[in-house]
Design a protein around this ligand. Sequence first.
Ligand code: AOF
Ligand code: ZN
Length: 336
Amino acid sequence: MMLAIEQGKRGLYTTRPNPAVGCVIVQAESIVGQGFHPKAGEPHAEVFALKEAGTRAVGATAYVTLEPCSHTGRTPPCALALIAADVKRVVIAGLDPNPQVAGRGVRLLEEAGIDVTIGVLTQQAEALNRGFLKAMRTQMPYVRLKIATSLDGRTAMATGESKWITGPAAREDVQKLRARSGAIITGSETVIADNPQLNVRSTQLGVHSDQVPTPIVVVLDRRRRLAHDLQSDYQLCRRPETLYWHEDNLMALLKNLVSEHQCYEVLVEAGASVAGSFLAQQLVDELIVYQAPCLLGAQARPMVNFNPLSLAQQLRFDIDNYEQIGADLKLTLLPL
Ligand code: AOF
Ligand code: ZN
């Protein structure tokens, strides 16, 4: 299953809105087929693995990181492909919460007399598809809030000067967050202050960046400070695919991104006010802080605009992971 997860990872940046899935087929202790789902519209992981295995799939065990599908979508059902190939056993990391599947894949396999095991390395497999899984279960996307700060939690000098606090390796890491996101949310303040591109331009994703579906950029612009205008001073505003959100209701925006745009993982890259709103409204699933080992002083801008009245109102997190990236620290935090 570990190898199947490694296969699945190969599609992490390219399968959107489909999940990243891997499959390994084992016959008498040796691997006879491996595959992953590369892109929506192309065959699923099982199909590639079965193709490689050929007749060696007869009597074999298939390890799949997601329940094999039972529906005819853009491609025919994988459960039927496994049955037709005459595998003996299927081991699945976790069920597919897609209402079109949701246990039916397992039922088809069992009805065909295949031995099914569910629940192997579930957490590791689910980490590949946080957004797909959350959206299928709750119709809300998985929201990551990314902030780059100094050691004293500052994001810019009082003048707004901020290029650069974190180093090139941390900024390259952000490319991976963007590449797996269906949408990037920013604020009009950030657009005006930084004129960002918010695009995927990395050469270190393991796939060419033109294979990565372009994330939608949503600009929060309640005060209508920006004009969607091909002549605009701002790069994002010149892109016809940029969306503007003029309402206050962030929950409604997130729901809309799932239902209207199939954006299941969302990255918030904005300033302190937007960060504060997402956090205070408990809309953040994961806070990622890139912290540079430098001090910017008490006049510099804080990372989150949020004013608890007492210690009891603080926001607390579990540390899910910490690692050094270049000269900086990357903290992955889960709100409690
Ligand atoms: C699998 N194996 O490798 C993947 C699955 O539109 P389609 O035909 O590509 O179907 C997409 C749905 O299939 C997707 O929403 C999810 O439920 C499942 N993904 N299933 O058996 C795979 N990627
Ligand atoms: Zn399938």
